[in-house]
Design a protein around this ligand. Sequence first.
Ligand SMILES: *Cc1c(COP(=O)(O)O)cnc(C)c1O
Length: 407
Amino acid sequence: MKDQVNRWISADHAHCWHPFTDQESWESDVPVVICRGEGSWLFDFEGKRYLDANSSIWTNIHGHSHPVIVKAIQDQAATLCHSSYLGLANNKASELAEKLCSFFPDSLERCFFSDDGSTALEVAFKMSLQWRQQNGQKERTGIIAFENAYHGDTLGAASVGGVSRFIKGYGETGLDVYRVGSVEDLLSLPEVVVETASAVVIEPLIQGVNQMRPWPKGMLAELSAWATQHGIHLILDEVMTGFGRTGEMFACQNEKVIPDFLCLAKGLTGGTMPLAATLTKCEIYEGFKGPDRTFFYGHSYTGNALGCSVALANLSIFESENTLAGIEEKGAYLERELTNIPRIQEVRRVGLILGFEVGEGGQEFCLKLRERGVLTRPILNTIVIMPPLSVTMDELKFLIKAIKLEC
Ligand SMILES: *Cc1c(COP(=O)(O)O)cnc(C)c1O
């Protein structure tokens, strides 16, 4: 086994290229090779187990290899994995679109599928901008976005995001973006910016990549009212906050806001398959009917049957396990325990999304946690804690104990 694992590591070092990774230091290190997952735990080839404290980069919802999800994958794989969504329908995509829209009756009635968070945002931007072009508002070509926002890594989405180091020197000129820091900033925007804006986009309730920073309470509702007043589309990037992380199924439900576009990905398949959805209103959809009004967008795997089938299973577990009921209690426990640790300077939390500050050495802190059987990644010196929603109190106690030993 040891020989086999070493062979995989050599192949990785010789041929693989990891996301957001300095490959120079990666190549000089020995990676953990994960081979199995069960519930909140991941296992390496030596049988060592690790608590998946960031839900495999914010995707996992009900734990690894949940039997209902495994069965959905097996059954669907044996029936149909994929057929093109161009000119054809499939039963699982139909059922999933209906199910997702059912969370927003009479408001978000259309679902457009894509593959990842970034593409869910690309779809929303293109829909908003193209809709303006063919519905008598050609001057509306701008996107208003928030400073330090993160909306994905494809060029369009990255040009809207506010983390300039991700596309520095070659991609900043993408879409026509105007950045603001707060709702107050919106009120002092030049008139021409407001009148030529197509959409405003935000990560509702909490910014993720910007070190887990919650917005003030009520801010989303204010933003929504402002956008409506000025005829600007509201795009909600719920790629991180969707599917229960905030305690409600979707973050927008906390402030009773209904956007023009709702972007979903990460948790949509419970952390198993790449699938995304952009929900929108009837009014937007109707503006794409007729000659020369087609929405020119799609991917090879749009409407993937395997992904849609797993997403349906994921949603069914929310009902069968009453998943949302325990979120606030688990989050509050983590916040209480972490706040009491002297080294920890600040704890920021919404539901089961949490970031805390350790001063210097975030990267080293996470490596030490890994030795103690806890996996997560820092953002600069912010340690992210975002376990699967199914995490148990005993597992959270294990997590707190490991963090205390490192502090
Ligand atoms: C992860 C994330 C994205 C990008 O999603 P990918 O699936 O990685 O393309 C976009 N927005 C937010 C808020 C995210 O957390």
